[in-house]
Design a protein around this ligand. Structure first.
Ligand code: MG
Length: 161
């Protein structure tokens, strides 16, 4: 049995939205919290960090290499498509995900109340236990940002080994 661990990290600055219908994407779940991420794609830092953790575990190029932020094709793009590409590479390589552990750091919105919806959405892409913890920036100078840390454990090989 071969095992790999991958770490993913992402940060996006947040700004107060002038539009009433603005949403902040967190794990593919749109949150109406008056904030939006400053980004080229849809700014879903959680999706970006999960995608990078999986790609990193299996030794594939990172999200910025596969989906450059200066490529017009990626403008406002659904970050679920990045995760689908990572999952395709996971599957082609014969890997199975053991678990994914996620820490989201932001002051708003509160992650605790969104945990179930985010996990449910991630299950559309990942068939493995996913855990999400929410932390705050504790009044430091990173309050205007959302940060996400992810570790993912993968395995492949004969289950009877
Ligand atoms: Mg990003």
């Amino acid at each position: 049995m071969e095992m790999r661990i991958g770490h993913g990290y992402d940060l996006h600055r947040l700004e107060i939205s002038k539009e009433n219908d603005a949403i902040l994407m967190i794990g593919g779940f749109g949150v109406h919290c008056g904030l939006q991420a400053i980004a080229h794609s849809d700014g879903d830092a959680l999706m970006h960090a999960v995608t990078d953790a999986l790609l990193s575990a299996i030794g594939e190029p990172d999200i910025g290499t596969l989906f450059p932020d200066n490529d017009p094709k990626n403008e406002n793009r659904d970050s679920g498509e990045f995760l689908i590409e990572a999952m395709d590479r996971v599957n082609v390589g014969g890997w199975a995900i053991c678990n994914v552990d996620i820490t989201v750091v932001c002051d708003q919105p509160k992650i605790g109340s969104l945990r179930e919806q985010i996990c449910e959405n991630l299950r559309r892409y990942i068939v493995a236990p996913v855990n999400i913890k929410g932390k705050t920036h504790e009044g430091t100078d990173r309050c205007g940002a959302i940060e996400v840390h992810v570790v993912a454990l993968l395995q492949r090989g004969n289950k009877h080994e």
